[in-house]
Ligand binder design. Structure first.
Ligand SMILES: [Zn+2]
Length: 443
Protein backbone atom coordinates (compact mmCIF):
# COMPACT_ATOMS: atom_id res chain seq x y z
CA UNK A 1 0.00 0.00 0.00
CA UNK A 2 1.64 3.19 -1.12
CA UNK A 3 0.65 6.39 0.56
CA UNK A 4 1.20 9.46 -1.54
CA UNK A 5 2.28 11.62 1.35
CA UNK A 6 4.28 14.19 -0.51
CA UNK A 7 1.26 15.17 -2.50
CA UNK A 8 -0.94 15.31 0.54
CA UNK A 9 1.43 17.78 2.13
CA UNK A 10 0.71 20.19 -0.65
CA UNK A 11 -2.84 20.57 0.51
CA UNK A 12 -1.72 22.33 3.64
CA UNK A 13 -0.87 25.28 1.46
CA UNK A 14 -4.33 25.67 0.06
CA UNK A 15 -6.33 25.05 3.19
CA UNK A 16 -7.14 28.63 3.89
CA UNK A 17 -9.11 28.25 7.07
CA UNK A 18 -10.15 24.92 8.48
CA UNK A 19 -11.33 25.05 12.04
CA UNK A 20 -11.27 21.51 13.44
CA UNK A 21 -15.06 21.42 13.62
CA UNK A 22 -15.47 22.38 9.97
CA UNK A 23 -17.57 20.00 7.92
CA UNK A 24 -17.25 20.09 4.18
CA UNK A 25 -19.54 18.60 1.56
CA UNK A 26 -18.27 16.75 -1.49
CA UNK A 27 -20.20 18.61 -4.16
CA UNK A 28 -19.18 17.05 -7.44
CA UNK A 29 -16.73 14.74 -9.15
CA UNK A 30 -15.86 14.07 -12.75
CA UNK A 31 -13.80 11.42 -14.51
CA UNK A 32 -11.97 12.24 -17.72
CA UNK A 33 -10.96 8.99 -19.46
CA UNK A 34 -8.97 10.80 -22.16
CA UNK A 35 -6.73 12.65 -19.78
CA UNK A 36 -6.74 9.91 -17.11
CA UNK A 37 -7.84 12.32 -14.45
CA UNK A 38 -10.41 12.42 -11.71
CA UNK A 39 -11.59 15.82 -10.52
CA UNK A 40 -13.60 16.64 -7.42
CA UNK A 41 -14.77 19.68 -5.53
CA UNK A 42 -15.88 20.45 -1.98
CA UNK A 43 -17.74 23.46 -0.60
CA UNK A 44 -15.18 24.06 2.17
CA UNK A 45 -11.46 23.32 2.54
CA UNK A 46 -10.53 19.76 3.46
CA UNK A 47 -7.37 17.66 3.35
CA UNK A 48 -7.77 14.76 0.92
CA UNK A 49 -5.61 11.71 1.60
CA UNK A 50 -4.64 9.48 -1.29
CA UNK A 51 -3.60 5.85 -1.07
CA UNK A 52 -2.88 3.19 -3.65
CA UNK A 53 -4.38 -0.09 -2.43
CA UNK A 54 -3.80 -3.48 -4.00
CA UNK A 55 -2.05 -1.99 -7.06
CA UNK A 56 -5.28 -1.35 -8.98
CA UNK A 57 -7.20 1.01 -6.74
CA UNK A 58 -6.66 4.64 -5.84
CA UNK A 59 -8.55 5.57 -2.68
CA UNK A 60 -9.16 9.23 -1.84
CA UNK A 61 -10.46 9.93 1.66
CA UNK A 62 -11.88 13.34 2.53
CA UNK A 63 -11.84 13.81 6.32
CA UNK A 64 -14.62 15.84 7.94
CA UNK A 65 -16.52 15.67 4.68
CA UNK A 66 -20.03 14.58 3.84
CA UNK A 67 -21.26 12.90 0.64
CA UNK A 68 -24.93 13.91 0.64
CA UNK A 69 -26.09 11.32 -1.90
CA UNK A 70 -26.48 7.53 -1.70
CA UNK A 71 -23.45 5.36 -2.44
CA UNK A 72 -22.93 5.25 -6.19
CA UNK A 73 -20.69 3.70 -8.80
CA UNK A 74 -20.13 4.43 -12.46
CA UNK A 75 -18.26 2.46 -15.09
CA UNK A 76 -16.13 4.04 -17.79
CA UNK A 77 -15.06 1.10 -19.93
CA UNK A 78 -12.89 -1.04 -17.66
CA UNK A 79 -12.45 1.75 -15.12
CA UNK A 80 -14.87 2.20 -12.25
CA UNK A 81 -15.42 5.14 -9.89
CA UNK A 82 -17.26 4.64 -6.58
CA UNK A 83 -18.33 7.36 -4.16
CA UNK A 84 -19.62 6.74 -0.66
CA UNK A 85 -19.80 7.98 2.92
CA UNK A 86 -17.06 5.64 4.15
CA UNK A 87 -17.29 6.68 7.79
CA UNK A 88 -19.68 9.13 9.46
CA UNK A 89 -17.14 11.90 8.91
CA UNK A 90 -15.15 10.58 5.94
CA UNK A 91 -16.27 10.70 2.32
CA UNK A 92 -14.41 8.28 0.03
CA UNK A 93 -13.78 8.17 -3.71
CA UNK A 94 -12.44 4.89 -5.10
CA UNK A 95 -10.99 4.58 -8.56
CA UNK A 96 -10.55 1.01 -9.80
CA UNK A 97 -8.49 0.52 -12.97
CA UNK A 98 -7.63 -2.60 -14.98
CA UNK A 99 -3.85 -2.19 -14.74
CA UNK A 100 -1.28 -1.88 -11.97
CA UNK A 101 -0.86 1.71 -10.85
CA UNK A 102 2.59 3.15 -10.29
CA UNK A 103 2.28 4.83 -6.85
CA UNK A 104 5.13 7.20 -7.75
CA UNK A 105 2.97 8.59 -10.55
CA UNK A 106 -0.15 9.32 -8.55
CA UNK A 107 -0.51 13.06 -8.04
CA UNK A 108 -3.09 15.12 -6.19
CA UNK A 109 -3.11 18.64 -7.59
CA UNK A 110 -5.07 21.43 -5.93
CA UNK A 111 -7.30 23.46 -8.25
CA UNK A 112 -8.17 26.65 -6.47
CA UNK A 113 -8.65 25.95 -2.79
CA UNK A 114 -11.61 23.58 -2.79
CA UNK A 115 -11.02 21.54 -5.92
CA UNK A 116 -8.53 18.80 -6.73
CA UNK A 117 -7.39 16.72 -9.68
CA UNK A 118 -5.99 13.23 -9.27
CA UNK A 119 -3.80 11.94 -12.10
CA UNK A 120 -2.01 8.62 -12.28
CA UNK A 121 0.10 6.43 -14.47
CA UNK A 122 0.19 2.67 -14.73
CA UNK A 123 3.42 0.75 -14.29
CA UNK A 124 2.78 -2.00 -16.80
CA UNK A 125 2.64 0.07 -19.97
CA UNK A 126 6.02 1.67 -19.53
CA UNK A 127 8.86 -0.23 -21.13
CA UNK A 128 11.60 2.02 -19.83
CA UNK A 129 12.18 3.44 -16.34
CA UNK A 130 13.79 6.81 -15.72
CA UNK A 131 16.16 6.03 -12.85
CA UNK A 132 17.86 9.37 -12.32
CA UNK A 133 18.42 12.81 -13.76
CA UNK A 134 21.88 14.17 -13.04
CA UNK A 135 23.63 17.40 -13.93
CA UNK A 136 26.99 16.37 -15.42
CA UNK A 137 28.58 19.21 -17.31
CA UNK A 138 27.88 19.90 -20.17
CA UNK A 139 24.34 18.62 -19.75
CA UNK A 140 21.72 16.70 -17.84
CA UNK A 141 22.04 12.93 -18.03
CA UNK A 142 18.72 11.07 -18.03
CA UNK A 143 19.56 7.57 -16.82
CA UNK A 144 17.25 5.04 -18.47
CA UNK A 145 16.76 1.32 -17.87
CA UNK A 146 16.72 0.45 -21.58
CA UNK A 147 18.73 1.75 -24.54
CA UNK A 148 17.36 3.18 -27.76
CA UNK A 149 14.72 5.55 -26.37
CA UNK A 150 14.01 8.33 -28.86
CA UNK A 151 12.85 11.44 -27.04
CA UNK A 152 11.80 14.83 -28.34
CA UNK A 153 12.28 18.35 -27.04
CA UNK A 154 9.56 21.03 -27.20
CA UNK A 155 9.55 24.64 -26.05
CA UNK A 156 6.81 26.42 -24.08
CA UNK A 157 5.18 29.46 -25.74
CA UNK A 158 6.75 31.84 -23.23
CA UNK A 159 10.16 30.20 -23.92
CA UNK A 160 10.72 29.60 -20.19
CA UNK A 161 10.40 25.83 -20.28
CA UNK A 162 11.76 22.99 -22.36
CA UNK A 163 9.59 19.89 -22.40
CA UNK A 164 11.28 16.56 -22.88
CA UNK A 165 8.90 13.78 -23.93
CA UNK A 166 10.03 10.18 -23.51
CA UNK A 167 7.73 7.52 -25.01
CA UNK A 168 6.90 4.32 -23.08
CA UNK A 169 8.76 5.62 -20.06
CA UNK A 170 7.81 5.93 -16.39
CA UNK A 171 9.57 7.33 -13.36
CA UNK A 172 11.26 4.67 -11.26
CA UNK A 173 10.17 4.42 -7.62
CA UNK A 174 13.78 5.15 -6.62
CA UNK A 175 14.13 8.07 -9.05
CA UNK A 176 16.73 10.64 -8.04
CA UNK A 177 16.59 14.21 -9.25
CA UNK A 178 20.11 15.63 -8.99
CA UNK A 179 19.90 18.40 -11.54
CA UNK A 180 20.63 21.37 -9.33
CA UNK A 181 21.37 24.17 -10.07
CA UNK A 182 18.93 23.49 -12.88
CA UNK A 183 15.25 23.12 -12.19
CA UNK A 184 13.98 19.93 -13.81
CA UNK A 185 10.60 18.55 -12.84
CA UNK A 186 8.45 15.59 -13.74
CA UNK A 187 5.10 16.57 -15.19
CA UNK A 188 2.14 14.38 -14.39
CA UNK A 189 0.71 13.09 -17.63
CA UNK A 190 -0.64 10.30 -19.72
CA UNK A 191 0.16 6.69 -19.00
CA UNK A 192 3.15 5.33 -20.82
CA UNK A 193 4.66 8.65 -21.79
CA UNK A 194 6.83 10.76 -19.58
CA UNK A 195 7.19 14.51 -19.81
CA UNK A 196 9.98 16.38 -18.06
CA UNK A 197 10.11 20.16 -17.84
CA UNK A 198 13.36 22.11 -17.62
CA UNK A 199 13.40 25.79 -16.72
CA UNK A 200 15.62 27.81 -19.07
CA UNK A 201 16.39 31.41 -19.88
CA UNK A 202 14.09 32.76 -22.58
CA UNK A 203 17.18 33.74 -24.63
CA UNK A 204 18.53 30.19 -24.45
CA UNK A 205 18.55 28.09 -27.61
CA UNK A 206 16.70 24.77 -27.49
CA UNK A 207 18.66 22.05 -25.77
CA UNK A 208 19.20 18.80 -27.65
CA UNK A 209 19.02 15.13 -26.74
CA UNK A 210 21.71 12.67 -27.69
CA UNK A 211 22.14 9.01 -26.83
CA UNK A 212 24.87 7.91 -24.41
CA UNK A 213 25.59 4.42 -22.99
CA UNK A 214 23.67 5.35 -19.80
CA UNK A 215 20.65 6.95 -21.42
CA UNK A 216 20.09 10.36 -22.94
CA UNK A 217 22.13 13.50 -22.48
CA UNK A 218 20.21 16.77 -22.64
CA UNK A 219 22.62 19.58 -23.48
CA UNK A 220 22.74 23.05 -24.97
CA UNK A 221 23.88 23.08 -28.59
CA UNK A 222 26.69 25.55 -27.79
CA UNK A 223 29.30 25.36 -25.05
CA UNK A 224 28.62 28.86 -23.70
CA UNK A 225 27.97 28.97 -19.96
CA UNK A 226 24.30 29.21 -19.09
CA UNK A 227 21.36 29.94 -17.47
CA UNK A 228 18.41 29.89 -15.16
CA UNK A 229 19.95 28.86 -11.87
CA UNK A 230 17.43 28.34 -9.13
CA UNK A 231 19.91 29.19 -6.37
CA UNK A 232 23.35 30.77 -6.28
CA UNK A 233 25.66 27.85 -7.09
CA UNK A 234 28.28 28.76 -4.50
CA UNK A 235 26.06 28.74 -1.42
CA UNK A 236 28.34 27.95 1.52
CA UNK A 237 27.23 24.63 2.92
CA UNK A 238 29.32 24.64 6.08
CA UNK A 239 26.70 26.43 8.16
CA UNK A 240 23.84 24.12 7.18
CA UNK A 241 23.01 21.83 10.08
CA UNK A 242 23.00 18.16 9.22
CA UNK A 243 19.62 16.51 9.15
CA UNK A 244 20.68 12.86 9.41
CA UNK A 245 22.15 11.28 11.41
CA UNK A 246 21.20 13.32 14.46
CA UNK A 247 24.52 12.53 16.12
CA UNK A 248 26.56 14.00 13.27
CA UNK A 249 29.06 16.65 14.27
CA UNK A 250 27.70 20.10 13.75
CA UNK A 251 29.54 23.28 12.86
CA UNK A 252 30.86 25.06 15.92
CA UNK A 253 28.47 27.70 17.24
CA UNK A 254 29.22 30.94 19.02
CA UNK A 255 28.86 30.79 22.81
CA UNK A 256 25.17 30.53 23.73
CA UNK A 257 23.50 33.67 25.00
CA UNK A 258 21.45 31.75 27.52
CA UNK A 259 23.06 28.59 28.79
CA UNK A 260 19.66 27.05 29.42
CA UNK A 261 18.70 27.07 25.75
CA UNK A 262 21.47 24.66 24.80
CA UNK A 263 19.41 21.78 26.07
CA UNK A 264 16.79 22.45 23.41
CA UNK A 265 16.58 20.96 19.94
CA UNK A 266 14.29 22.49 17.35
CA UNK A 267 13.19 20.50 14.30
CA UNK A 268 12.81 22.86 11.34
CA UNK A 269 10.70 21.25 8.62
CA UNK A 270 10.73 22.85 5.15
CA UNK A 271 7.58 21.63 3.38
CA UNK A 272 7.49 19.57 0.17
CA UNK A 273 10.61 18.92 -1.96
CA UNK A 274 11.77 16.81 -4.89
CA UNK A 275 8.97 16.03 -7.33
CA UNK A 276 6.47 17.80 -5.05
CA UNK A 277 6.97 21.55 -5.58
CA UNK A 278 4.19 22.55 -3.18
CA UNK A 279 2.41 25.68 -4.30
CA UNK A 280 3.51 27.36 -7.52
CA UNK A 281 2.88 31.07 -7.70
CA UNK A 282 3.48 34.27 -9.59
CA UNK A 283 6.57 34.28 -11.76
CA UNK A 284 6.76 30.51 -11.36
CA UNK A 285 8.07 30.75 -7.79
CA UNK A 286 7.92 27.39 -6.04
CA UNK A 287 7.02 26.86 -2.43
CA UNK A 288 9.56 24.06 -1.93
CA UNK A 289 12.47 26.36 -2.80
CA UNK A 290 11.27 29.37 -0.83
CA UNK A 291 10.66 27.37 2.33
CA UNK A 292 13.96 25.47 2.09
CA UNK A 293 15.87 28.74 1.86
CA UNK A 294 13.96 30.26 4.78
CA UNK A 295 14.42 27.10 6.85
CA UNK A 296 18.18 27.08 6.31
CA UNK A 297 18.31 30.71 7.43
CA UNK A 298 16.22 29.96 10.53
CA UNK A 299 18.53 27.05 11.42
CA UNK A 300 21.62 29.27 11.10
CA UNK A 301 20.07 31.97 13.28
CA UNK A 302 19.11 29.43 15.95
CA UNK A 303 22.55 27.81 15.95
CA UNK A 304 24.09 31.27 16.35
CA UNK A 305 22.03 31.59 19.54
CA UNK A 306 23.19 28.23 20.84
CA UNK A 307 19.98 26.36 20.04
CA UNK A 308 20.45 23.07 18.24
CA UNK A 309 18.57 23.12 14.93
CA UNK A 310 17.88 20.02 12.86
CA UNK A 311 16.46 20.33 9.35
CA UNK A 312 14.13 17.61 8.08
CA UNK A 313 15.61 18.15 4.62
CA UNK A 314 18.63 20.19 3.55
CA UNK A 315 18.24 19.57 -0.18
CA UNK A 316 15.55 19.45 -2.83
CA UNK A 317 14.51 15.89 -2.06
CA UNK A 318 11.24 14.01 -1.83
CA UNK A 319 10.23 13.51 1.80
CA UNK A 320 7.02 11.98 3.07
CA UNK A 321 5.22 13.42 6.08
CA UNK A 322 5.78 10.44 8.35
CA UNK A 323 9.63 10.52 8.33
CA UNK A 324 9.53 14.24 9.14
CA UNK A 325 7.69 13.50 12.36
CA UNK A 326 9.82 10.39 13.01
CA UNK A 327 13.02 12.45 12.75
CA UNK A 328 11.67 14.95 15.28
CA UNK A 329 10.98 12.10 17.70
CA UNK A 330 14.39 10.52 17.05
CA UNK A 331 16.37 13.68 17.80
CA UNK A 332 14.14 14.28 20.81
CA UNK A 333 13.13 17.70 19.54
CA UNK A 334 11.59 20.15 21.99
CA UNK A 335 9.76 21.98 19.23
CA UNK A 336 8.60 21.14 15.72
CA UNK A 337 8.32 24.07 13.31
CA UNK A 338 7.02 23.30 9.82
CA UNK A 339 7.52 26.05 7.24
CA UNK A 340 5.21 26.41 4.24
CA UNK A 341 3.99 29.04 1.82
CA UNK A 342 0.35 29.49 1.01
CA UNK A 343 -1.60 29.61 -2.24
CA UNK A 344 -5.02 30.44 -3.51
CA UNK A 345 -6.34 30.89 -7.03
CA UNK A 346 -4.20 33.11 -9.29
CA UNK A 347 -7.30 35.25 -9.73
CA UNK A 348 -7.08 36.31 -6.06
CA UNK A 349 -3.90 38.45 -6.00
CA UNK A 350 -5.38 40.52 -3.16
CA UNK A 351 -4.97 37.63 -0.72
CA UNK A 352 -1.65 38.09 1.12
CA UNK A 353 -0.30 37.61 4.59
CA UNK A 354 0.81 35.38 7.42
CA UNK A 355 -1.05 32.44 8.93
CA UNK A 356 0.26 30.27 11.73
CA UNK A 357 -1.32 26.97 12.71
CA UNK A 358 -1.29 24.72 15.74
CA UNK A 359 -3.28 21.67 16.67
CA UNK A 360 -3.26 20.97 20.40
CA UNK A 361 -0.18 21.99 22.36
CA UNK A 362 1.50 24.46 20.05
CA UNK A 363 -0.72 27.48 20.55
CA UNK A 364 1.76 29.67 22.47
CA UNK A 365 4.63 28.69 20.22
CA UNK A 366 2.46 29.61 17.22
CA UNK A 367 1.55 32.95 18.79
CA UNK A 368 5.17 33.79 19.62
CA UNK A 369 6.34 33.08 16.06
CA UNK A 370 3.36 34.84 14.49
CA UNK A 371 3.85 37.99 16.55
CA UNK A 372 7.57 38.19 15.79
CA UNK A 373 6.97 37.52 12.10
CA UNK A 374 4.51 40.40 11.92
CA UNK A 375 7.13 42.69 13.43
CA UNK A 376 9.98 41.71 11.10
CA UNK A 377 7.90 41.55 7.89
CA UNK A 378 4.97 43.96 8.34
CA UNK A 379 2.95 41.47 6.29
CA UNK A 380 -0.86 41.37 6.64
CA UNK A 381 -2.03 39.38 9.66
CA UNK A 382 -4.33 36.50 8.74
CA UNK A 383 -4.30 35.07 12.21
CA UNK A 384 -3.24 32.15 14.37
CA UNK A 385 -5.51 29.20 13.70
CA UNK A 386 -6.17 25.66 14.74
CA UNK A 387 -5.96 22.96 12.05
CA UNK A 388 -5.59 19.21 11.71
CA UNK A 389 -2.38 19.05 9.67
CA UNK A 390 -0.65 15.67 9.85
CA UNK A 391 2.65 17.00 11.18
CA UNK A 392 0.81 18.84 13.96
CA UNK A 393 -1.40 15.91 14.93
CA UNK A 394 1.30 13.25 14.86
CA UNK A 395 4.18 15.00 16.62
CA UNK A 396 4.34 14.59 20.39
CA UNK A 397 6.27 17.82 21.02
CA UNK A 398 4.90 21.34 20.74
CA UNK A 399 4.36 21.90 17.05
CA UNK A 400 3.40 24.70 14.72
CA UNK A 401 3.04 25.20 10.97
CA UNK A 402 3.89 28.63 9.59
CA UNK A 403 2.51 29.82 6.25
CA UNK A 404 4.98 32.60 5.42
CA UNK A 405 2.86 34.24 2.71
CA UNK A 406 0.91 33.64 -0.48
CA UNK A 407 2.95 32.71 -3.55
CA UNK A 408 -0.18 33.74 -5.50
CA UNK A 409 -0.38 37.14 -3.78
CA UNK A 410 0.52 40.31 -5.65
CA UNK A 411 2.25 41.64 -2.54
CA UNK A 412 3.71 38.44 -1.07
CA UNK A 413 5.05 36.77 -4.25
CA UNK A 414 7.69 39.36 -5.22
CA UNK A 415 8.70 39.74 -1.58
CA UNK A 416 9.13 35.98 -1.09
CA UNK A 417 11.23 35.90 -4.26
CA UNK A 418 13.77 38.28 -2.69
CA UNK A 419 16.48 36.94 -0.40
CA UNK A 420 16.46 40.04 1.83
CA UNK A 421 12.78 39.49 2.57
CA UNK A 422 13.32 35.78 3.21
CA UNK A 423 15.98 36.78 5.74
CA UNK A 424 13.39 38.98 7.51
CA UNK A 425 10.97 36.06 7.57
CA UNK A 426 13.69 33.82 8.99
CA UNK A 427 14.53 36.41 11.65
CA UNK A 428 10.88 36.60 12.70
CA UNK A 429 10.56 32.83 13.00
CA UNK A 430 13.89 32.43 14.83
CA UNK A 431 13.07 35.28 17.22
CA UNK A 432 9.68 33.77 17.96
CA UNK A 433 11.32 30.43 18.76
CA UNK A 434 14.06 32.00 20.92
CA UNK A 435 11.56 34.08 22.92
CA UNK A 436 9.38 31.03 23.43
CA UNK A 437 12.39 28.99 24.63
CA UNK A 438 13.47 31.84 26.92
CA UNK A 439 10.08 31.68 28.61
CA UNK A 440 10.31 27.90 28.82
CA UNK A 441 13.76 28.17 30.42
CA UNK A 442 12.41 30.49 33.12
CA UNK A 443 9.89 27.91 34.21
ZN1 LIG B 1 2.91 23.62 1.74
Amino acid sequence: MGIVGASIACISCVTVATPVWARATLQAWQYDPQGQRLEFRTDRPTQPQVQVIGAQRVVIDLPDTRWPQPQSQQNFGTTQVRVAQYQPDVARLVLAVPEAINPAQVRLQPQGHQGWTVVWGTATQAKTMLQAAQWQSPGILLRLSTPGVVGRVLRSKDKQWLYIDLPNTAVSGSFQNQTRPYNLRVEPGLTGNLRLALEVKTSDPDWQLRATPQGLLLARPTSAPSIARTTPPSRPKTTTPKSIPPTATRPSSPPPRTANKTRYTVLIDPGHGGPDPGAIGRGGIQEKEIVLDISRRVARLLEAQGVRAVLSRTQDVDLDLEPRVALAERVNATLFVSIHANAISMSRPEVNGLETYYYQNGQWLARSIHQNLRQTTNAPDRGVRQARFYVLRRSSMRATLVEVGYVTGAQDAPRLASSSYRQKVAQGIAQGIIRYLDNLAKK
